[in-house]
Design a protein around this ligand. Structure first.
Ligand code: FES
Length: 106
């Protein structure tokens, strides 16, 4: 599935995401800037924060309680569409998904 990461300045990068990897891992693997992922994907750092296309929120894994708590610790403001990309496994159903990266992760 193709996933697009959009930087705060509007620069977009579409990559071929591997099913089963997290959207955090996909960004790192493709050298997409703007994801820090300090905790390595354990929902403990909030530096893999992304804003998801609101129309696609229902296509994603539901929020778990760890992610819910960490989303209150993001460096950039939390929005209704905020998620931690390490908690979002890639599925075929995510094809065409657009993620916006926040201004800051730290
Ligand atoms: Fe730390 Fe996602 S990588 S919360």
């Amino acid at each position: 599935p193709e996933v697009t990461y959009v930087q705060p300045d509007g620069t977009a990068r579409t990559v071929d995401a591997t099913v089963g990897h997290s959207l955090m891992q996909v960004a790192l693997d493709h050298g997409v800037d703007g994801i820090v992922a300090e905790c390595g994907g354990n929902a403990m750092c909030a530096t893999c924060h992304v804003y998801v296309d609101p129309a696609r929120l229902d296509d994603l894994e539901p929020l778990c309680s760890d992610e819910e708590e960490m989303l209150d610790c993001t460096a950039s403001p939390r929005a209704a569409t905020s998620r931690l990309s390490c908690q979002l496994p890639v599925t075929e159903g995510l094809d065409g998904l657009v993620l916006r990266l926040p201004e800051e992760q730290l």
